[in-house]
Design a protein around this ligand. Structure first.
Ligand SMILES: N[C@@H](CCC(=O)N[C@@H](CS)C(=O)NCC(=O)O)C(=O)O
Length: 263
């Protein structure tokens, strides 16, 4: 039995659901409300001490970390494969997915929190807000989330987040010159991994950003959205008030973000 502890709009959870949907696997979901602090409850901390989603539980065995979950699913359920048979394409795929864990995910979190999610948190009474921060187990993450929520675009992490995203968009445009998918000719875990991140840019209304690199990224995004698994993993779970907030706050911030990109 496969169980997924996840959240509707979490980019990492979208990745895991995308892999599950490509494999057409049945799974039981446990949806966590991340703003209400479900991820900080003692029962969940037993399976994910970092208080983050997603976590996969397969026949009672716990597998955290979305990149690892996706690789695990592809190893445990090889058909249809989500990796190329070519060693070179596999290496390219992993060079992509590695980036998610080495900066791209933080960058997206920083941009999303500073621009949008902070508005959800700021509705909490101050003592509740501080209790939420205090319950984030990792001190580095705790400090980052606190600063992003309290300072928004003035957070020291915002500029770095935009800079990292800028490099990503440029690299996506360059990679897609070599083939329809990120690792080459074959759809892979690299495309699954980055689908939520291009979706987030779209939800923020930042299309002009990738359009400035030509049409390749837009066409790749169209190919991703045309896959039934994208609809199953991402579209089906979209939370309309959150999508509306992303669009509203993203559009408000776009002139400033555009100026930062040009600098
Ligand atoms: N490296 C982890 C990152 C997971 C992560 O940051 N998840 C976010 C949602 S995308 C989360 O659970 N946040 C909890 C919180 O904000 O308190 C993975 O890839 O699974």
């Amino acid at each position: 039995m496969l169980e997924l502890y996840h959240n509707d709009m979490s980019v990492c959870a979208q990745k895991a659901r995308f892999a599950l949907a490509e494999k057409r696997l049945e799974w039981t979901g446990h949806h966590l409300n991340l703003r209400a602090g479900d991820q900080q409850k003692p029962d969940y901390l037993k399976i994910n001490p970092l208080a983050i989603v997603p976590t996969l539980v397969h026949d009672g065995v716990v597998i955290p970390e979305s990149t690892v979950i996706c690789e695990y699913l592809d190893d445990a359920f090889p058909d249809p494969p989500l990796k190329s048979g070519s060693a070179l394409e596999r290496a390219r795929m992993r060079l992509w997915t590695k980036q998610l864990d080495e900066g791209v995910h933080y960058a997206t979190g920083n941009v999303s929190y500073c621009l949008v999610f902070r508005h959800q948190f700021m509705q909490k009474p101050p003592d509740e807000l501080e209790a939420f921060f205090a319950a984030i187990p990792d001190p580095v993450r705790r400090a980052r989330v606190r600063e992003n929520v309290l300072k928004g675009m003035e957070s020291s992490h915002f500029k770095d987040g935009i800079a990292r995203y800028k490099r990503l968009v440029r690299d996506l445009g360059a990679a897609l010159a070599d083939g329809p998918w990120l690792a080459g000719q074959r759809f892979s875990l690299a495309d699954i991994g980055f689908a939520p991140y291009i979706t987030r840019l779209d939800q923020l209304g930042f299309q002009e950003w990738h359009q400035s690199y030509g049409t390749r990224i837009g066409h790749w995004y169209d190919r991703l959205r045309a896959r039934p698994a994208y609809a199953e993993a991402i579209t089906k779970w979209l939370n309309p008030p959150v999508v509306a907030l992303l669009g509203e706050k993203g559009r408000e911030a776009w002139p400033k973000v555009k100026a930062m990109l040009a600098a």
